[in-house]
Design a protein around this ligand. Structure first.
Ligand code: SF4
Ligand code: SF4
Length: 388
């Protein structure tokens, strides 16, 4: 339906449902269009995604278009919205309605089925969840013996590249003398992807099961490798227990460095450009901890890209986009690796594009390969491991 059409039909039922799911958030919007101008789709497509028009449709209770599924929930638009509209939340709500109407795009139902059968989005057997750690002798978490639970997450459990990040973090924890355990094959999913693709009822079901596991295992301090897991545990989960404290691993490393438990002492002549993950920088206003960690590493010089901190540029992997096809030439990560290359040209030692998120890692490395670049992409945990 075209908003320019002289006649269109308002759907009261849809409008009521949208109001119920969004808490009337869209009413705050005064149609300035800043969201459309800041959305990164404008950088990779001739035509931007008209976020403003989406919000207008929500205000009026009109059908939305398939572009609904393009949103990576990166929250760039929210950061600039003068009315503080929770735009990513509205997109999630619209997706929830699309699920109710069986209108989700191909590819997403299989993601949910995989979670249902396998407890992971990677269509891998749950029994293999701890295979990445088979030679690392990591104990099963015991609250009597361990300071923290290392929440590994699906990507670091099953993706070959991200498994190396998990192994590096284990090395770093051991160097700092931290006592820790994992849940191994019993590690439950966080459900972050399910929340982002808008299937709220399934997310609630998964979250309830995961909370039960955390309660039974006595989990208090949880360190997550992925900002998506950290975000969902911190901001979207029901009550777990008194004292339950989820942290992203960079926040924990910053603490270990500050209290002197972690002492990096091998200089690494490197220039590093840091890709702030959206789910750290914008959804959780955390831009400081990763930089404090990098600043504490001997021989590391941090340089900032054109988009940095809360103005970071999304890698394109959030909001379920990891599981949907993105046309070549339309990947945000292509723009991002070029930005990194630009600020790293003057590097005299090793030039590294750093991140602290498994989705960023996968998207950025794909872009580096597709563009035949020589740029090295590393996770902060890997960089720290090189200095101990
Ligand atoms: S930036 Fe905010 S107020 Fe402006 S059009 Fe977008 S949602 Fe509405
Ligand atoms: S959350 Fe990100 S991708 Fe989604 S509409 Fe806003 S700026 Fe665009």
């Amino acid at each position: 339906m075209d908003l320019q059409d002289p006649v269109f039909t308002l759907d009261d039922v849809l409008w009521e449902r949208l109001l119920e799911l969004t808490g009337g958030e869209a009413a705050l919007c005064y149609q300035c269009g800043t969201c459309t101008a800041t959305c990164p789709w404008g950088l990779v497509r001739g035509e931007t995604v008209s976020v403003r028009e989406f919000i207008r449709r929500v205000q009026l209770g009109l059908e939305v278009t398939d572009a609904l599924w393009l949103c990576t929930t990166c929250a760039q638009c929210e950061a600039y919205c003068p009315r503080g509209v929770s735009i990513a939340g509205i997109f999630r709500a619209l997706r929830e309605i699309a699920w109710e109407r069986r209108e989700a795009p191909q590819g997403l139902p299989s993601l949910l089925w995989s979670l249902y059968w396998n407890d992971n989005t990677w269509s891998q057997p749950p029994s293999q969840r701890a295979q990445w750690a088979k030679d690392l002798a990591i104990p099963v978490f015991d609250p009597q013996q361990h300071e923290i639970l290392l929440y590994v997450g699906g990507a670091a459990s099953y993706d070959n590249r991200v498994q190396k990040v998990a192994a590096s973090f284990v090395r770093v924890l051991r160097a700092a003398g931290v006592t820790f355990g994992i849940l191994g094959a019993d590690e439950p999913p966080s459900g972050a992807d399910v929340l982002d693709v808008g299937h709220r009822p399934f997310f609630e079901e998964l979250a309830a099961k995961t909370v039960k596991v955390f309660q039974e295992r006595g989990v208090k301090r949880l360190i997550a490798l992925s900002p998506h897991s950290y975000d969902v545990f911190k901001n979207h989960y029901p009550f777990v227990s008194e004292g339950f404290t989820p942290q992203h691993y960079t926040q924990y490393l910053a603490e270990l460095l500050e209290i002197g438990r972690l002492k990096p002492n091998k200089p690494l002549e490197a220039m590093v450009a840091f890709q702030d993950p959206c789910y750290l920088a914008r959804h959780n206003a955390e831009t400081d901890a990763p930089r404090r960690v990098l600043a504490a590493l001997p021989g590391v010089t941090l340089v900032e890209m054109a988009h940095s901190g809360t103005d970071t540029l999304c890698c394109g992997g959030g909001g379920g986009r990891m599981y949907l096809e993105t046309e070549a030439g339309e990947r945000f990560s292509d723009v991002r690796v070029e930005e990194a290359q630009e600020v790293l040209t003057s590097a005299t030692g090793v030039a590294i594009m750093a991140t602290a998120c498994p989705y960023c890692m996968v998207c950025l490395e794909d872009s580096v390969k597709a563009r035949k670049m020589t740029l090295t992409v590393k996770d902060i945990a890997e960089i720290v491991a090189l200095t101990i």
